[in-house]
Design a protein around this ligand. Structure first.
Ligand code: SAM
Length: 198
């Protein structure tokens, strides 16, 4: 989102093989729903590559970073830290406070994969729950970002995309950017299941 301060998502922990798809989806969800950057553990290179590839094709701006010092990164964060956890305070109760804090500075949103150490709960400015039921980091992140941005992220414009999906009631149309909506050809412009790949 083009907020005055950055919104960054940190994926804490990654088990290569087992978590590849979830870590990729954390990054893609962060990008699609208004964050400016995702920070992944340095063993998640394959996920980083996929997210960068989608950004190259479908647009940005969106940054992907790999770091081996996630604890130091969160500890040194100069802004507000939100940790998404089923044990936290209901998002609907704290979203206003989080938004107000974000109006004054950058926001780091931490989502777990493997078990999140308890110091995260203590260090976070907000431990936020999207329901107090166990589910997924991708679902939690999506609902949280939509609440944070109050739906404005759905209207976002994308820069430097080389393709764009044309919304249709039925069918699939992807056009190279610059083409008129109704034109044929392009990346899957005939309504077939070509192009995209996301
Ligand atoms: C599948 S859970 C596993 C958590 C792990 N068992 C633990 O104890 O930390 C992975 C991540 O999903 C997110 N998550 C799961 N349920 C959530 C909820 N109800 N609200 C917010 N985030 C949630 C949290 O960020 C959590 O770290």
């Amino acid at each position: 989102m083009q907020e005055s301060h950055g919104t960054v998502v940190l994926r804490y922990g990654h088990r290569p093989g087992r978590d590849d798809r979830m870590t990729t989806h954390v990054g893609l969800t962060a990008r699609a729903l208004g964050a400016d950057r995702v920070v992944l553990p340095d063993n998640a290179g394959q996920s980083a590559e996929t997210i960068r590839d989608i950004t190259d094709r479908f647009g940005g701006p969106f940054a992907v970073e790999l770091r081996d010092d996630q604890r130091a990164f969160t500890g040194g964060w100069d802004g507000t830290v939100v940790h998404l956890t089923m044990y936290g305070e209901p998002v609907q109760d704290v979203e206003g406070e989080v938004r107000a804090a974000h109006a004054d500075g950058p926001l780091l949103v931490v989502v777990g994969g493997e078990k999140v150490p308890f110091d995260f709960y203590e260090e976070a400015d907000f431990n936020v729950a999207v329901t107090n039921q166990p589910h997924s980091e991708v679902a939690g992140l999506a609902v949280f970002l939509d609440r944070l941005f109050e739906g404005r992220e759905l209207e976002r414009e994308w820069a430097d995309a080389d393709r764009r999906v044309v919304p249709m009631e039925t069918g699939k149309r992807v056009v190279e950017t610059g083409e008129a909506d109704g034109s044929d050809g392009g990346a899957g412009g005939d309504g077939s299941d070509r192009g995209g790949g996301a």
